[in-house]
Write a protein that binds this ligand. Structure first.
Ligand SMILES: Nc1nc2c(ncn2[C@@H]2O[C@H](COP(=O)(O)OP(=O)(O)OP(=O)(O)O)[C@@H](O)[C@H]2O)c(=O)[nH]1
Ligand SMILES: [Mg+2]
Length: 318
């Protein structure tokens, strides 16, 4: 296939800029969870976009890597998140730096720019959320000037991941920037995350949507049991939080909150898996888990997968 273009494209930017929304919009399926709260994404997430060409022949493959929002970490969890960003940047062909035009420039935007500069990879500046601007073009100009002065971007494209305005231009330019290359993933594969870990994320998304203040940040989800049948999948998951008070809120009066989270998560899982789902959720307190390097490392699904399949589990043993 002489004209097949492909490559790895890293999505980088401050928390809440719309990186995961862009990933899902380009892939056309929900690969990453999304929430109005910053620091939703905690690990790098791969989404494969199979681009059809004329006469139904594939024209290319864009392997997108969504990353956690760039911030100054203040815990083991935050440091792990920034390592995930760094790993995603390594060896990619193109970086998409996502800015949120509805927000003022913040230190996190500068951190993201610094990471991009260190990566020394061709980059696009994507100005997201233009649907929130009243007088679109004029208000974008100072932002564009600022970024143009800081870095040599191959493209600067305003768009909206939510309304899809400008998304066709984003995709066209990504394809143009990618080299001729192989098909990295088979045509029926859209992510490398096993279903077992995607369902943990689905539960976490519902926790993020249903709770406030520190609970979204102090919560993580681990799937304990995942038994896939032809018509029914049995899933049991633990929601970890850091304090008894958080547990009381997550469970709710007479278990109402946990039930609400469970019902919403189950409906999403049934759509995702194409089977009925029997979901059991439990809440457990693990004081200061975000500070525990060991616990945070064990949350990494790539490591959990190695444990499940009996492979090496610690760096150095690999
Ligand atoms: N109005 C508007 N909202 C958007 C757009 N793109 C994303 N959002 C919203 O912005 C919020 C954050 O979106 P995410 O995709 O989770 O952002 P993210 O950059 O992945 O965030 P982290 O994972 O926390 O770094 C959500 O409430 C989205 O619905 C857009 O183009 N327009
Ligand atoms: Mg995200």
């Amino acid at each position: 296939m002489p004209s097949f273009h492909s490559g790895f494209v890293c999505i980088l930017g401050r928390p809440n800029a719309g990186k995961s929304t862009l990933l899902n919009a380009l892939v056309g399926e929900k690969v990453a969870i999304i929430s109005p709260k910053p620091q939703t994404t905690r690990n790098r997430i791969l989404g494969v976009l199979h681009v059809p060409g004329p006469k139904g022949k594939p024209a290319g493959q864009v392997v997108l890597i969504d990353t956690p929002g760039v911030h100054k970490p203040d815990s083991s969890l935050g440091r792990k998140m920034m390592t995930e960003v760094q790993e995603a940047l390594e060896g990619c062909d193109l970086v998409l730096l996502i800015a949120d035009v509805a927000k003022k420039l913040a230190p996190e935007d500068e951190f993201a720019l610094q990471m991009l500069k260190r990566a020394a990879t061709p980059a696009f500046l994507l100005l997201n959320k233009i649907d929130l601007l009243r007088s679109k073009k004029e208000s974008l100009l100072p932002r564009i000037e600022h970024y143009r002065g800081r870095h040599d971007f191959q493209q600067v494209i305003p768009f909206s991941a939510r309304t899809r305005e400008g998304l066709d231009v984003v995709l066209k330019e990504i394809l143009r920037a990618l080299p001729k290359g192989p098909q990295y993933f088979p045509e029926d594969q859209i992510t490398d995350q096993p279903a077992r870990f995607m369902v943990a994320e689905v539960v976490r998304e519902q926790v993020l949507l249903a709770t406030e203040e520190e609970i979204p940040y102090a919560t993580t989800v681990v799937v304990e049991e995942f038994e896939e049948g032809e018509r029914l999948t049995r899933i049991s998951a633990l929601i970890y939080c850091e304090r008894e008070g958080q547990k009381a809120i997550l469970v709710g009066k007479r278990g109402q909150m946990l039930k609400k989270i469970g019902t919403a998560a189950r409906l999403q899982m049934e759509k995702m898996l194409g089977t009925k789902v029997f979901l059991q959720l439990f809440v457990k307190v693990h004081p200061h888990w975000r500070e525990s390097q060991h616990f945070v490392e064990d949350l990494d699904w790539r490591r959990q997968l190695q444990q499940l399949t009996g492979g090496p589990t610690r760096p150095g043993g690999e």
